[in-house]
Design a binder for this molecule. Structure first.
Ligand SMILES: [Fe+2]
Ligand SMILES: [Fe+2]
Length: 300
């Protein structure tokens, strides 16, 4: 799936509209906001659109959101988030009942049908820039050390009142698992994603001098704000190794990320890092304001 290319005029600035974590699974307000995000981006006439994952929990929800962007006549790039990989209980042993199958074939095929490119499976080239992407994942390397917990504590996915829902809802085996059947561990998933991302970066480096990385989870500890009280769930927000891979490749100019529902902009080792998310929208929120906050523009 490599070698896909769009052309832009030489010497012009490229403007990329991006957002993440639209989560139409959360509320009817999120669905309204999703439509407005697509309309805002369409009005801006960007050179590319990037959606950095967690659009919903099911293939149907993912298709609903991607459809809103159909009027944008520019390359549309996507990486799935962990929620997009949730197993679909209603699917039984049919479509959507295995996260690995969603990741490897169902989501790329859906993107293809909806005019999007799933960056997780190969670089995409626009003019003299490449876009590479990954869902990332988490290996507990961003856990808050103040808690002093063991790997086993994080493998359980729950501690006190805190519960990480992926531990029930992501399974790289069919759902429900047969008795005793283990899915891939978080570390195994993470290692696979790190290797795949690096191979895509190396491929892109051979063709262009500037690369934008789109990573759903948090690649850098600096981009994960710690709360005053240590938070068990920090362990599930990202993986340091992804950030190390990005820093080791000097052609990476910018990184668009998501997953942690807090906006931010950072400059880390010469890489511009940006996170714009929608997150959960409640009935008392101003949808217009939330939409404005959820969309960023990156100039290259
Ligand atoms: Fe999210
Ligand atoms: Fe996420």
């Amino acid at each position: 799936m490599s070698g896909r290319q769009e052309h832009v005029k030489e010497g012009t600035v490229m403007r990329v509209a991006y957002t993440s974590d639209i989560h139409i699974d959360v509320s009817p307000q999120n669905l309204h906001a999703a439509k407005q995000i697509a309309a805002l981006m369409a009005d801006a006439g960007p050179d590319a659109v990037v959606l950095a994952g967690d659009l919903g929990n099911t293939l149907k929800e993912l298709a609903t959101v991607l459809e809103f962007f159909k009027y944008i006549d520019a390359p549309k790039l996507f990486v799935p988030g962990n929620h997009d990989l949730w197993v679909e209980r209603d699917a039984g042993f049919g479509e959507g009942s295995d996260s690995g199958e969603k990741y490897a074939s169902l989501i790329p095929a859906l993107c293809d049908r909806m005019g999007f490119v799933d960056l997780g499976h190969g670089p995409f080239y626009i003019g003299d820039a490449a876009f590479v992407g990954s869902i990332g994942w988490y290996d507990y390397s961003l856990a808050d050390p103040r808690l002093g917990l063991s790997e086993g504590d994080y493998k359980k996915g729950r501690y006190g009142d805190s519960k990480w829902l992926d531990s029930e809802m992501v399974s790289w085996r069919r759902y429900p698992r047969a008795a005793g059947e283990e899915g891939l561990s978080d570390k195994e998933i993470c290692t696979g994603m790190v290797r795949k991302l690096e191979s895509h970066i190396i491929e892109a480096e051979k063709r262009v001098d500037r690369i934008v990385a789109v990573i759903h989870t948090c690649p850098f500890p600096e981009a994960l704000p710690r709360s005053e009280e240590p938070d068990y769930l920090d362990a599930f927000y990202g993986c340091e190794q992804i950030g190390q891979v990005l820093l080791a490749h000097k052609k990476i100019e910018a990184c668009i990320t998501g997953h942690k529902h807090v906006n931010g902009d950072w400059e880390i080792g010469g890489i511009r890092v940006h996170r714009r998310i929608l997150g959960g929208v409640g009935p008392d929120d101003s949808i217009g304001e939330r939409v404005q906050e959820a969309v960023g523009f990156l100039e290259l």
